[in-house]
Structure formats: C-alpha cells, structure tokens
Design a protein around this ligand. Structure first.
Ligand code: HEC
Ligand code: HEC
Length: 244
C-alpha cells in the first residue's frame, strides 16, 4: 500500500505531467491552425462571405464543420457536390432548383431585381468564396464524404469518357443535368433529353429553353434567364441530341 506522502506525490506528479502534456498538445494543435485552415487564402471576399453567413443565420438551418442546425444539408463540402454555376442559380432563387418543394429561404440580397445586378453578384461570389475556403480546410476527414445521393442531383459527378455530355457547355453539365438526364446521367425531375432534337424543332426548343413559361404556363421547368451566346451554345448542343 502507498504511504500517505507517496500517494500525495503520485497525485501531484501525475496531475502535473498530464497538465504539461495537455498544454503542449494544445499548443501543437493551435500552431497547426494557420496551415490547416489555409489562413493566407482568407481573402477579403472570403471574410465578406463569412459575414453574410453569420449575419443571416444560415446556421439556423445548416451545419458547417458540423456546427449549426440539422434541418438543412451540411455545407462544409458543398462545392464538391455542386458547381459554382449551380450554386449561383440556386442562391438567386432556390425554388427554381427544387420546383414545388422548396424549403430554403429566398434572400433578397442574392436577387438582382432587389439590390441590383452588381450587388447581387458580389454577394453570391463572396458566399461562394467562403464555401470554397471552408471546403479546403483540413478537417481530418470530416465529413466523411459529400452527400452524392441522386436526390442531390449529380451536378459534379464525373462524366463517362465516351458520353456525349463531354461536348456539352458547362451550363448543361451543371444546371440542366441537375434535373434532366442524358445517356442515363443526371436528374429525374424533368424528362430525359436524349433524342430531344427529334421530338422538337429548333425554333420550339429555343422558345422553350429561353422561357418555358411562355410555352406552358404551368410548367415546373424554371425560367433560367438564358440569352445571347450562352443560349446559342446550349441550343447548338441540344441540336446534336438525335437518335434517328
Ligand atoms: C429556413 C432554413 C434555411 C436557412 C435559414 C438557410 N437555408 Fe440553405 N437550404 C435550406 C434547405 C431546406 C435546403 C435544401 C434545398 C431545399 O429544400 O430548398 C438548403 C440548401 C442550401 C444550399 C444547397 C445545398 C445542396 O447541396 O443542394 C446552399 C448552398 C444553401 N442552402 C446556402 C444557404 C446560405 C448561404 C444561407 C444563408 C444566407 C442559407 N442557406 C440559409 C434551408 C435553409
Ligand atoms: C429545376 C429543374 C430543371 C432544370 C434546371 C432544367 N429543366 Fe428542363 N424541364 C424540367 C421539367 C420539370 C420539364 C418538364 C416540364 C413540363 O412538361 O411541364 C422540363 C422540360 C424540358 C424540355 C422539354 C423536354 C420534353 O421532352 O418535353 C427541354 C428541351 C428542357 N427541359 C431543356 C432544358 C435545358 C436545356 C436546361 C438547362 C438550360 C433545363 N431544361 C433545365 C426541369 C428542369
């Protein structure tokens, strides 16, 4: 049995040793933060995006690095499952990407009609800069995998080497494919687009893609505000989707 004084020495010595180990390990962890969080990449835009995130209580529904509420998707790795093009369209008006089942708030400061095109674009760009910065933090593997479930569309899933999608404009690969499939790849919100050029003539397709509501007032396909060269590129690609 230990004598009283030996027990005391054991207790004090043990406590001191563990305290020293605790302080040293904490210092080691703290010293790694700047590198693991890429502090030097924390640009003004990232900081502004973080302020948008905090001020609007996005955490009231979402988690980031596991912190926040569990009502809406974890967003730490959101830029790995969604492209910037998709996220931009989504933030402008969430309902467009989830027709009829939107739960995400539509924020005025992302809406060009509310605050002007320049301000809206800056707010979106800064939010995305913040998401990109967060996604690069070395979190020791958290979260294990970004959620790539089909319900989350395949905006950034790898495209098969021989797929016709390789020739598609970026917008088709990241936005249209969120809802439509081509050669089996993509979402199921809208009809598959294989052979769409056999079913519709070029004029109809142009009218439809530019403004679906003008063709079918009760459609759930969103008006994506496409025009100019971007619209031309998309229609040129749709024209190649022939099966006959
Ligand atoms: C009231 C709850 C709520 C708040 C507040 C909220 N969101 Fe969301 N968010 C959602 C829900 C729910 C979804 C899932 C899609 C849907 O149903 O609309 C979502 C989806 C998203 C997505 C797409 C995620 C994905 O992988 O599809 C992003 C990005 C996003 N939110 C960003 C934000 C930002 C930035 C803010 C703050 C400015 C914010 N959210 C505030 C509820 C919310
Ligand atoms: C948010 C989901 C969504 C997105 C994004 C979307 N669509 Fe659609 N699309 C639909 C739905 C739903 C329909 C069926 C609408 C209906 O019949 O009312 C549709 C119908 C169509 C049709 C008619 C097809 C047919 O066989 O009837 C074409 C063509 C089309 N979309 C092209 C596109 C292109 C090109 C893009 C990208 C620029 C795109 N869509 C983006 C949901 C979407």
């Amino acid at each position: 049995m230990l004598t009283k004084s030996a027990a005391k020495a054991f207790f004090l010595g043990g406590t001191a040793l563990c305290s020293i180990a605790f302080v040293l390990l904490s210092m080691d962890t703290l010293a790694q933060f700047p590198e693991r969080s890429n502090q030097d990449e924390m640009t003004e835009s990232v900081v502004r995006g973080h302020m948008i995130w905090n001020k609007n209580n996005c955490m009231g529904c979402h988690t980031l690095l596991g912190e926040g509420a569990y009502y809406a998707p974890e967003l730490t790795q959101v830029v790995k499952r969604r492209s910037d093009v998709w996220l931009t369209e989504f933030l402008k008006d969430p309902e467009r990407m989830f027709p009829g089942r939107r739960k995400m708030v539509k924020y005025d400061f992302y809406d060009a009609d509310e605050v002007g095109a320049e301000e809206a674009k800056k707010n979106i760009d800064d939010t995305l800069a913040f998401f990109h910065w967060v996604a690069r933090i070395d979190t020791n593997g958290f979260p294990a995998e970004p959620d790539m479930a089909p319900a989350n569309a395949l905006a950034t899933a790898p495209i098969a080497a021989n797929s016709i999608l390789n020739a598609a404009p970026e917008y088709v690969k990241s936005v249209c494919i969120g809802c439509h499939s081509i050669e089996g790849q993509g979402g199921t919100v809208g009809p598959a687009l294989d052979g769409v050029a056999d079913r519709f003539d070029a004029e109809y397709l142009r009218k439809w893609v530019a403004d679906p509501l003008s063709v079918k007032p009760d459609t759930t396909m969103p008006n994506l505000g496409l025009k100019g060269e971007q619209l031309d590129d998309i229609l040129n690609f749709l024209g190649t989707l022939k099966e006959n």
